[in-house]
Design a protein around this ligand. Structure first.
Ligand code: 1CP
Length: 342
């Protein structure tokens, strides 16, 4: 396993071709997933290690990618906090009792992730066993800012007005909330590593909404603390979107691999990060709706920018969209393998 192309690339070692996996590679765009999902609610899938394992493994077999990602969700860690999480209809996850001030932060329920999220760690163990040492398994967690944004907004957002208003209005309450989340996320990640995760991705999907100055003041110290608490020796991918204006801050916050989205040129962003870190990315997920020829061309452009330098993990800049034809994803994976073969 130490020699897997994905883990080698995370360590910036030479690989015979560029490894590729995709965020949301197991999801609603895939018929195999929709079939299982038709029989179970999303939360039930996550709580059943046997089903989570089946979904994880089916996706990697169908796609031919170089790493598996655990089937789970970043918001599961917040469920025991007692703010009424549900995965309703089509509009995504909702917290019926959002966190709107200091009193709400202080009222968050105390709990032990090791106990109340044991189904996640069991899913890691089963998935790892099913992958039988052939492919590495990526565990994951949401970053404190992105998790807090769901708790505060109560749902997905775009302008993140409530989240920003919260941190500007009561910095102390914000730091208390972030510290609480750092502790939960660190324990959740370490329990996944303990259960056998070969790498970890930290999703700070929405932090790109912040001004760099707010990132420095309200996020960076918590991210540093988080990374310092993750058990050493396991590659950690630090993923974000919309952060091209502050990629150096993202790098300074930590991580062995820096996730890049499609709003930056991979070569320029890598230069700014420095070649002492690996990078992951960065095809626009919408390109997967184009023709195979266009998908191959754009994959080739990204590989050219990576220039065969050790330390590139190919991925999208964000998750696979629901309307993506699965054959196009397979075509992308094949193109990356062929075009990067050395
Ligand atoms: O109805 C359904 O079938 C549920 C759809 C779904 C799925 C398949 C959700 C609800 N989560 C997931 C799985 C999931 N979520 C994975 C599985 C592994 C994989 O194949 O990648 C992962 C890694 C996540 C992580 C996740 N959840 C993130 C970070 C990644 C990202 O997209 O930025 C976020 C922001 C979430 C929240 C969430 N959970 C589900 C949805 C639809 C959302 C996004 C809501 C929004 O847009 O704000």
């Amino acid at each position: 396993m130490r020699n897997s192309t994905f883990l080698s690339a995370c360590r910036r070692e030479k690989t015979p071709y560029t490894p590729v996996w995709l965020m949301r590679q197991a999801g609603r765009y895939m018929e195999e997933y929709r079939k299982v999902r038709a029989r179970f609610a999303f939360l039930d899938l996550c709580r059943r290690p046997d089903l989570a394992c089946e979904i994880t493994v089916t996706a990697v077999e169908r796609l031919g990618v170089d790493a598996a990602i655990l089937f789970s969700d970043i918001l599961l860690l917040l469920e025991p906090l007692g703010r009424g999480l549900s995965y309703g209809g089509g509009d995504g996850p909702v917290f019926s009792r959002p966190v709107r001030g200091r009193a709400d932060v202080d009222a968050l329920r105390e709990f032990d992730p090791e106990e109340e999220l044991s189904f996640v760690y069991e899913a890691v163990r089963q998935s790892r066993a099913a992958l039988a040492g052939k492919l590495p398994l990526i565990g994951f967690a949401g970053a404190p800012f992105t998790l807090a944004s769901y708790l505060i907004e109560g749902r997905g957002s775009r302008p993140f007005v409530e989240t920003k208003r919260f941190l500007h209005a009561d910095g102390e309450a914000w730091h208390a909330l972030a510290a609480r989340l750092v502790d939960l996320v660190a324990r959740h990640i370490n329990a996944q590593i303990e259960a056998g995760a070969d790498a970890i991705q930290v999703f700070d999907s929405w932090v790109g909404c912040l001004a760099p100055e707010d990132y420095r003041a309200y996020v960076l110290p918590h991210m540093r603390e988080l990374f310092s608490r993750i058990q050493p020796g396991v590659p950690v991918i630090h993923f974000s979107t919309g952060t091209g204006g502050m990629i150096e801050l993202i790098r300074d916050a930590g991580g062995t691999v820096i996730g890049l989205d499609w709003r930056v040129d991979l070569d320029a962003a890598w230069r700014r990060c420095g070649y002492h870190v690996a990078v992951q990315g960065n095809l626009d997920p919408v390109v997967l709706l184009a023709s195979r020829a266009e998908i191959r061309r754009q994959a080739g452009e990204i590989l050219k920018r990576a220039a065969g330098r050790p330390g590139h993990v190919f991925n999208l800049g964000h998750g696979v969209l629901q309307q993506t034809p699965v054959e196009n994803v397979v075509a992308l994976v094949d193109s990356v393998h062929e075009l990067s073969s050395r």
